[in-house]
Design a protein around this ligand. Structure first.
Ligand code: NAI
Length: 461
């Protein structure tokens, strides 16, 4: 879907000058993957690795790992001639006290004006402890402080640059596959619309793919609601990364479903996900065609917006049936041990939540109930697929330009775009990249989490 406003103010001319005078946002062009050369180059310039004094050894390890990806890695803030930093990686894994952030924070601040367009700032830190741990208060403060720091840096960046964090559990090493996998995702163009997010890595599970460009080789995935919008793009990106894909949609969307699935030589399955036997049906088709099913993406969803005072039970119930009851019922089959996965592929269940489910949204009590419900379901299923190397996660998109959001009236639609740090709506491909990352072997240590793809929407953080 084209964003007329972005086009007008993005091109030199009277509209751009007027927008500048009025102080209106002029969204930057985001650095997205080039379908012909995914991940090359991984960053738009050299990478600077900074750390606090206590985390130097981990920073050395991280720098070595970046060199192995053929990146131009530096430990000194002095910039090579005429270059602009493509990324800054802040290693803060042993931060002992909030005051110890000062030195790396000042170093980061000194290079922010020399970031390339679409640059990345990525922090590696440790999870702040819960109430029943023995971690010293200063360490807990330091860890929690990093979250606030990263979210604020994200709000100060311009030109399509983003800041995110990877948050390691206490026993997770910086070399763990999912630490490297998440770091690579955040550095790459795949994370264009992910901003101000802190992604926990809960275990050392997972593995690095043999080929980073095709991490899903041999994987079989199903995507519900695949005929258009985000679902169609998820199909394309999963296939680009090597997966065999089944696409599910209602019979009324059969024609566009077939055309999407033909693009990727996948299987089109006309099926209403509210059917009692939907999961069994999907499983039968996947097994007879490919022998196994590994990844389930619960993407199908509908909107039935109304203020609660005007809401009919029919609107509430129809939405609940598609958006949360159907995934819950299907997971009774898919989350059973031994159903998903194969000896060489690990299970994944990934649900489409929404920032409306996190922050709430006027006119969306039914939708927010369903989407927050999916987050609850995801957390409850965390750990349930661990024995098979599997994970259960959710992605929460913010405002994404699709036919679904095209039905939002123009003024609130524009306001939603401006409400994010990146000052624009995302594209279906941005959500698809996040889902595809969570489906990959290098995300095996990320379980029970919600990854927001919202350009750091100012609501519900
Ligand atoms: P869309 O309306 O463009 O596509 C949804 C697809 O689901 C359609 O092809 C539809 O036919 C299919 N579908 C609906 N009911 C079905 C059923 N009972 N059985 C099988 N298929 C069914 O929606 P969009 O925008 O692509 O959203 C996809 C998902 O992402 C939804 O779950 C939505 O709630 C979520 N989301 C979207 C956001 C956005 O800004 N577009 C923001 C946050 C979440």
């Amino acid at each position: 879907m084209s964003d007329t406003y972005a086009k007008l103010v993005g091109a030199p001319g009277p509209a751009q000058q007027l927008a500048k005078k009025l102080g209106l946002p002029r969204p930057a062009r985001l650095r997205r993957t080039d379908p012909t050369s995914v991940d090359r180059p991984l960053t738009p310039g050299p990478v600077l690795v900074l750390s606090d004094a206590a985390s130097t050894a981990d920073a050395d390890t991280v720098a070595e790992g970046l060199l192995a990806w053929d990146l131009d890695v530096h430990r000194d803030v002095r910039l090579p001639d005429h270059a602009r930093w493509g990324a800054v990686v802040l290693v803060l894994t042993e931060l002992p006290h909030p005051a110890a952030l000062s030195a790396p924070a000042m170093q980061l601040g000194s290079v922010l004006r020399s970031l390339a367009p679409g640059a990345r700032v990525v922090a590696l830190s440790r999870r702040a402890p819960g109430p029943d741990t023995t971690t010293a208060p200063a360490v807990a403060a330091a860890r929690a402080g990093v979250d606030g720091f990263v979210r604020s840096v994200a709000k100060e960046l311009r030109n399509g640059a983003t800041a995110n964090g990877v948050v390691l559990a206490d026993d997770v090493d910086v070399r763990a596959p999912s630490v490297r996998g998440a770091l690579r995702f955040f550095l790459s163009a795949r994370s264009a619309f992910v901003d101000g997010q802190l992604l926990p890595v809960v275990s050392g599970a997972g593995s690095e793919p043999a080929d980073w460009a095709r991490p899903l080789a041999g994987v079989v995935a199903v995507v519900t609601g695949a005929a258009r919008g985000i679902g169609a793009e998820v199909v394309r990106v999963l296939a680009r990364d090597g997966a065999h894909v089944l696409g599910v949609d209602v019979p009324a969307a059969g024609e566009s479903l077939t055309s999407v699935m033909n693009e990727v030589h996948g299987v089109a399955l006309q099926l209403d996900i509210t059917a009692e036997d939907a999961a069994a049906h999907i499983l039968d088709v996947a097994r007879s065609r490919y022998g196994h099913l590994d990844v389930v993406v619960h993407n199908a969803g509908i909107l039935r917006d109304k203020l609660l005072a005007n809401m009919s039970a029919e609107k509430f119930d129809d939405l609940t049936a598609v958006n949360v009851t159907a995934p819950l019922r299907m997971n009774e089959t898919f989350a059973r041990p031994g159903v998903l996965g194969s000896p060489s592929t690990a299970p994944r269940i990934i649900s489409l939540a929404s920032t409306s489910g996190i922050a709430g949204n006027r006119g969306q009590t039914n939708y927010a109930n369903a989407k927050a419900g999916l987050i609850g379901m995801t957390r409850a299923l965390a750990g349930s697929l661990t024995d098979a190397g599997g994970t259960v996660n959710a992605v929460a998109p913010g405002f994404i330009e699709t036919e679904m959001t095209a039905s939002v009236p123009p003024v609130p639609r524009q306001v939603m775009r401006w409400a994010s740090s990146l000052q624009q709506g995302g594209r279906p491909v941005d959500v698809a990249e996040a889902i595809t990352f969570l489906a990959s072997p290098q995300a095996g240590g990320i379980d029970g989490q919600v990854l927001r793809v919202c350009g750091q929407l100012q609501t519900g953080q």
